[in-house]
Write a protein that binds this ligand. Structure first.
Ligand SMILES: NC(=O)c1ccc[n+]([C@@H]2O[C@H](COP(=O)([O-])OP(=O)(O)OC[C@H]3O[C@@H](n4cnc5c(N)ncnc54)[C@H](OP(=O)(O)O)[C@@H]3O)[C@@H](O)[C@H]2O)c1
Length: 342
C-alpha cells in the first residue's frame, strides 16, 4: 500500500477554453479513514462538460471548484479499508466525491455498490449519470410518443448515444447530429438511428437545418438539446406545433468568454407552442430505481450499446477533460486511474 497518492487541483480559473496551466498535479499523503469512514481507491474517473462551469466562480447549480484544491467528480473505486464505513473492504462502489484523486476517504453517503453484471466503468457512463440524464431528459422532459421524430445533438456522446437508443426502443424516428463521419456511421449501424448529419460538413444554421430536414420528412417533435448555437436555431425552425425541447446542455457556449446572442428565431416557440424545459439530473433521484431496472434490462438484451474513449493515468485527466470541447471523445470520456484489482 503506497503512502502517498496524486490528485489534480484547479490551479487557476480559465478564461475561454481551459488550458493545461489551469490544472496542477500534486502528491499528498494517503488519508486515514476515521470512525465510520472508508479508504477508497479510484479505478475509473469521469470527466464531464458541466465541470467547465465549476471551474468558473459564477453562481450556478453546482458550487465552483476552489483554486488550489482538488477538483471533484464521479468515480468508480474499490474500498481498501473500512473503519465501520457503509461498505466492507473489497466492495466496488460508484458515486460522487472521488474523482480527480487516486485515493480518498468517505463515509459512503451518496455512494452505491456496483452492479456485478455491468462493466465497472459503465457506472459513470451508460449505467450512471449520463445514461440517467438521457433517460429522464428524453422520457420525462421530452415525452416522445411512438412514431414521433426525435432530433439529438452531440448524438454519439455519453448522453446523446443513450438518448438515441431509448428513443428507438420507444418506437420513434431518430435523427442524430455528430461531429465526424465515423461517429455518424456508428450511430446508424450500431445505435440504429434513422438518419445522421455530420454538422462539420454543413456550416451555419441554414446549411445545418437543410441537412437535418432531409431526414425529417414529418418535421421534429422532440429536440434533445446538448449543444446550443446553430444546432438550436436549426431545431427551432424544424420543430412541429407542440414540439418539445429537452434542454440538457449547450456545450458550444461553455467556453464563451463573453455572452453570445441567442437564436434569432426564438419567437417561434410562441407560434409553434413549443415547450422548452431545462433540467438538472440531480433533481430527479426519485427516478433512479426505474432507470436502474430499465437500463440493466436494455443492456442485457443488447438494446443499448456504447463507445468509450479512455485516457490512461490520472495525470491525463486534464487532457481528457479538454478533449470534450473538441469532440475528441467517441462515446463516454473516461480516465483509467488504477487497475480493476489492486
Ligand atoms: N442537464 C444535466 O443534468 C446534464 C447532465 C449530463 C450532461 N449534460 C449535458 O449534456 C451534454 C452532453 O454531455 P456528455 O457528457 O454526453 O458529453 P459528450 O457528448 O460525451 O461529449 C461532448 C461532445 O460534445 C460535442 N461538442 C463539443 N463542443 C461542441 C461544439 N462547439 N459544437 C458542437 N458539438 C460540440 C462533441 O461531439 P461531436 O464530435 O459530435 O462534436 C463532444 O464529443 C452537455 O451539454 C452536458 O453539459 C447535462
Amino acid at each position: 500500500m503506497p503512502r502517498t497518492a496524486r490528485e489534480i487541483r484547479l490551479k487557476s480559473r480559465p478564461v475561454g477554453m481551459p488550458a493545461p496551466e489551469n490544472f496542477e498535479l500534486a502528491e499528498v499523503p494517503i488519508p486515514e479513514p476515521g470512525p465510520g469512514q472508508m479508504l477508497i481507491r479510484t479505478i475509473w474517473m469521469s470527466v464531464d462538460p458541466y465541470m467547465r462551469g465549476r471551474m468558473s466562480d459564477r453562481k450556478s447549480y453546482a458550487p465552483p471548484f476552489e483554486v488550489g484544491k482538488a477538483m471533484d467528480g464521479r468515480f468508480v473505486g474499490e474500498v481498501m479499508e473500512s473503519n465501520g464505513g457503509r461498505f466492507p473492504k473489497g466492495t466496488f462502489v460508484a458515486g460522487m466525491g472521488g474523482g480527480w484523486k487516486e485515493y480518498h476517504v468517505a463515509d459512503g453517503k451518496g455512494l452505491f455498490q456496483a452492479n456485478p453484471d455491468i462493466p465497472l466503468q459503465a457506472h459513470i457512463g451508460t449505467y450512471g449519470m449520463p445514461g440517467m440524464t438521457a433517460y429522464v431528459g428524453l422520457l420525462d422532459i421530452g415525452q416522445p410518443k411512438p412514431g414521433e421524430t426525435v432530433l439529438v445533438s452531440a448524438a454519439s456522446g455519453a448522453v446523446g448515444a443513450v438518448v438515441c437508443q431509448i428513443a428507438k426502443i420507444k418506437g420513434c424516428r431518430v435523427v442524430g447530429v455528430a461531429g465526424s463521419d465515423e461517429k455518424c456511421a456508428w450511430l446508424k449501424e450500431t445505435a440504429g438511428v434513422d438518419g445522421t448529419v455530420n454538422y462539420k460538413h454543413h456550416k451555419g444554421a441554414d446549411a445545418l437545418e437543410a441537412a437535418i430536414a432531409e431526414h425529417c420528412p414529418d418535421g421534429v417533435d422532440v429536440y434533445f438539446e446538448n449543444v446550443g448555437g446553430d444546432h438550436l436555431t436549426a431545431a427551432l425552425n424544424l420543430l412541429n406545433q407542440h414540439g418539445r425541447i429537452a434542454a440538457c446542455g449547450m456545450i458550444a457556449r461553455y467556453n464563451d468568454a463573453d455572452p453570445q446572442p441567442g437564436p434569432p428565431n426564438m419567437f417561434l416557440v410562441v407560434g409553434k407552442r413549443i415547450r422548452m424545459q431545462g433540467f438538472i439530473i440531480s433533481d430527479h433521484n426519485d427516478r433512479i430505481p426505474d432507470f436502474n431496472r430499465d437500463m440493466a434490462q436494455w443492456i442485457k438484451e443488447g438494446k443499448v450499446k456504447w463507445r468509450e474513449t479512455v485516457f490512461e493515468g490520472l495525470e491525463r485527466a486534464p487532457e481528457a477533460f479538454m478533449g470534450l470541447f473538441k469532440g475528441e471523445n467517441f462515446g463516454k470520456m473516461l480516465v483509467r486511474v488504477g487497475p480493476d484489482r489492486a
